[in-house]
Ligand binder design. Structure first.
Ligand code: GLN
Length: 338
């Protein structure tokens, strides 16, 4: 389907109503199900064993309504999507400026696990959504020990989801046995003075956070929490402040899909974050969150069906932040009645 068949509906400030959203979630799932491009990630051996046909779509509204289609309740590892939420938790603790200086907010234009990006930028991780910046961010979670740091992250991400998130032990072990590259990144950051704690312990906590199990419906609720000024719309709990939710979305807009972030913003017009297990979370500020899961990825590590279903929903639900229409008015200069 090309762009001409998918008109961009202009945002009206609210979602179109429960039944329309319910129908469009089913339509988005049906539309993207036809696509079987992409390949499942295999650099983490356990991820290669997943059923590539799994496909779930969910939308959570800021009023707490959750819509689902397909495999929206099947669990998978959150992977890089965790970076967005750990970043929010760290901003909540340390504040906008400290995290901005330490980790940065600019795109590297390079792959998520790039070592060259660190060298090109004098040891600066550049942003919290690539592995270097995410490991540096995880190391900033205030804690007396790695175990306490992990506990705070597990609790924090669970608060975003509105239920207790558990570790997938097999994914964790599989990644921990093969993550020499992330260990190298952690050590390089230490050499550049960007990590003050034990870098290998920080990489281990980062690997655990990536191995937390979520569903597409969880991602939708986590996204809706960022869309709702930091309050989880299902539990009613405040997880982060409204300004931290806003800062997190601003970072996602430029860096959530790595070197494809420009293409993503151009096609979808919303902040989002992908993970190599096939999940993507997308946020429409003030309206809700979209969670998708399908394991086949493009060459940058982003779910192919997930991107298509999200594009469908962004356009059909009128979520694209860049789309507008001229408002009704007479010729300039306007004349006001009385
Ligand atoms: N893009 C991703 O989801 C990468 C996350 C993965 N845990 C890694 O560090 O390589």
């Amino acid at each position: 389907m090309d762009e001409a068949e998918l008109p961009i509906r202009v945002s009206t400030g609210s979602l179109p109503g429960w039944e329309a959203v319910e129908r469009l979630v089913l339509d988005a799932h049906r539309d993207a199900l036809a696509v079987s491009d992409g390949v499942v990630a295999d650099y983490i051996p356990r991820l290669a064993q997943v059923d590539p046909e799994l496909f779930g779509v969910s939308v959570a509204e800021v009023d707490g309504a959750v819509h689902t289609a397909g495999d929206a309740h099947v669990a998978f590892s959150i992977q890089s999507i965790s970076k967005a939420f750990v970043y929010a938790l760290v901003c909540e603790e340390l504040g906008h400026t400290a995290v901005r200086e330490r980790v940065g907010v600019n795109n590297t234009g390079l792959a998520f696990n790039s070592v060259v990006a660190i060298e090109l930028n004098g040891g600066h991780p550049m942003n919290p959504m690539v592995n270097a910046g995410a490991i540096a961010t995880t190391a900033l979670v205030p804690a007396a020990s790695p175990e306490e740091r992990w506990g705070r992250i597990q609790d924090g991400l669970s608060a975003f989801a509105g239920r207790r998130l558990e570790l997938d032990g097999e994914v964790y072990t599989s990644e921990a046995d093969t993550n020499q590259r992330n260990r190298a990144i952690g050590t390089l950051l230490e050499a550049y003075g960007r990590i003050d704690t034990d870098p290998l312990a920080a990489v281990d906590v980062y690997t655990r956070q990536c191995s937390l199990l979520v569903t597409a419906a969880d991602l939708a609720v986590m996204g809706a929490t960022l869309a709702d000024g930091g309050v989880n719309p299902v539990t009613g709990d405040r997880v982060v402040s409204a300004s931290v939710a806003r800062d997190t979305l601003a970072v996602l807009a430029s860096t959530g899909l790595y070197e494809r972030s420009g293409e993503w913003l151009f096609e979808i017009g919303l902040p989002g974050k992908s993970g190599v297990a096939g999940g993507i979370v997308t946020v429409s500020p003030g309206k809700g969150g979209i969670g998708v899961f399908s394991p086949r990825l493009d060459s940058a590590g982003n779910s192919v069906r997930g991107q298509r279903a999200t594009r469908y929903l962004s356009r059909a639900l009128g979520l694209d932040v860049f789309a507008s229409e001229a408002h009704a008015h007479g010729p300039y200069p306007y004349t006001r009645e009385s």
